[in-house]
Design a protein around this ligand. Structure first.
Ligand code: ADP
Ligand code: MG
Length: 485
């Protein structure tokens, strides 16, 4: 009978629909209506599904139901065969795979491998999964990468705070998907350069490998797209689209924590699909993997497969480097002491550093005033007041060293030279007096000393101020510089 497979499938659909019930009407529409029955050979029914994702999804969620249904309609010998056809217009021939016959067969961490294995036994005997891009007509497709041209690797200033992440990024851009850094998880607090770096890796990938499909999306966009697709019945298009990507960048994945289980699940499948095929995945998060507990455990475990590199707040040299780079970029001249002043005083994150620079430049051009250290002081006061600015230990070290004409790194040396020991003690004294840092932290930052040394220094300076007029003058004079801030 010509139409036998259709009739059989219609009967199956009835059973499935019935079993899913009214509350799963949408699931029925999404996952069962698009299936096309292809043929019936003996008691083997072949159905066609539009993607590996789809196949994977059916197997994970509905294998029991499908299995029971097939046995019910076709008898105990009944079997199901899948034909995965990506898109009739581009795929030349379907790829066959067989549903594992045991109903207890369940999705495991190795799902994609299983699929690959099933495909090794495929009708045409090919060993590898076909790349949809090799089909004629597909080469032309160019997606919008959503990358910003201004966040490049060249203008991502290197420092201790980002060296590992940056180097990994460079390696990835040269060989996307082929390094051990897959996925690359970049994490760190706000404003520390996660988006910039992830974007920069994407740009460099495109530059070095123009044929690769690179895509940057925020996790929020991804979620929105997925939900819209569900609503509009275009989940399959959504999945095709993501399965085409060679370098997928998802920004701010912490956004999914404790919500969006379905989105996470969809991403989990896409992740597996891409990773299995050597595609590069780059993810950013403002939390370390250990703190991302609101994500699905199996997704979280995937994120730990590759490299997890953190970005921390830049040290003062890097802050100066970043400021200089931004100024050079915009062709703005600024006296070096002003640059230093900003770098020493704004140490929270790079975004604030940039913000301070921008408002200073704006102030000066609006009021036609020279950019001077005074203007910088006024502006930073205004800029940082709301965040209750505290003088930093770095800055105290700088002022003290400048005062005595010593190089700033001398504080960190182990020398016993009197003037350096004294400068170090003065720094500790002012740090104790003017910051909220603990003795231990102060010691650590001033030549890696312990808290007892700091306490001793504070007593020593207090004694000297009492007993030595000249010394008292210096201390007052230095203190005045801090007060003028
Ligand atoms: P995040 O995504 O971590 O919140 P962003 O990537 O948005 O941070 O960075 C904030 C701003 O700081 C951006 O304008 C970015 O260009 C800049 N920035 C951060 N790190 C660096 C760096 N190492 N070199 C140059 N600019 C940086
Ligand atoms: Mg960001």
């Amino acid at each position: 009978m010509e139409n036998n497979h259709k009739t059989v499938w219609e009967q199956c659909l009835e059973v499935i629909k019935d079993n899913l019930g009214e509350q799963n009407k949408d699931a029925y529409k999404t996952w069962f209506l698009p299936i096309v029955p292809v043929q019936l050979e003996g008691s083997i029914l072949t159905i066609q599904v539009p993607s590996y994702f789809f196949y994977d999804w059916l197997e994970v969620h509905y294998i029991d139901l499908i299995h029971r249904t097939i046995k019910l309609i076709l008898g105990p010998e009944g079997q199901l065969k899948y034909s995965i056809v990506m898109d009739q217009s581009i795929a030349e021939k379907p790829i066959f795979t067989q549903l594992p016959s045991s109903p207890s067969h369940n999705a495991t961490a190795n799902r994609p491998k299983d699929i690959a294995m099933a495909l090794n036994l495929s009708a045409d005997g090919s060993k590898d999964l076909p790349n949809p891009f090799l089909f004629p007509g597909m080469q032309e497709i160019k997606i919008d990468s959503q990358l910003s041209e201004s966040y490049t690797l060249t203008n991502f200033v290197e420092g201790n705070c980002n060296r590992l992440a940056r180097a990994a990024g460079q390696a990835i851009a040269e060989n996307p998907g082929k390094t051990a850094f897959n996925p690359l998880l970049i994490h760190g607090g706000v404003g520390l350069g996660k988006t910039h770096l992830a974007n920069a890796i994407g740009l460099r990938c495109k530059e070095l490998h123009p044929n690769l499909q690179v895509l940057y999306v925020t996790s929020e966009q991804f979620l929105q797209q997925y939900q819209n697709a569900g609503r509009d019945g275009t989940t399959n298009d959504f999945i095709y689209f993501y399965e085409m990507i060679d370098v997928l960048i998802i920004d701010d994945i912490q956004f999914w924590a404790n919500k969006a289980p379905r989105t996470q699940e969809a991403f989990f499948h896409i992740f597996n699909y891409l990773h299995q095929r050597g595609k590069q995945i780059i993810i950013t998060s403002d939390k370390a993997p250990s703190e991302l507990s609101g994500l699905e455990p199996r997704l979280l475990s995937r994120l730990k497969w590759g490299l997890s590199a953190d970005l921390v707040a830049p040290d003062v040299e890097t802050r100066i480097g970043i400021l200089k780079q931004k100024l050079a970029n915009d062709g703005i001249d600024m006296p070096y002491d002003v640059i230093e002043y900003i770098a020493y005083n704004i140490n929270s994150n790079v975004r604030e550093l940039e913000g301070a620079l921008i408002s200073l430049v704006a102030q000066s051009s609006l009021n036609r005033r020279q950019i001077t250290i005074d203007l910088a002081k006024q502006m930073i006061d205004k800029f940082v007041k709301s965040t209750t600015r505290e003088i930093t230990i770095d800055y105290i070290q700088k002022v003290v060293c400048d005062y005595f004409g010593l190089p700033i790194d001398s504080i960190q040396t182990q020398t016993r030279k009197r003037e350096i020991v004294q400068a170090r003690q003065l720094t500790m004294y002012f740090a104790k007096k003017m910051t909220k840092s603990s003795l231990a932290i102060i010691g650590l930052q001033c030549g890696n000393k312990d808290h007892a040394t700091v306490l001793h220094a504070c007593k020593q300076i207090a004694n000297l101020v009492e007993s030595d007029k000249q010394f008292k003058y210096w201390v007052d004079d230095i203190e005045k510089r801090f007060r003028d801030e």
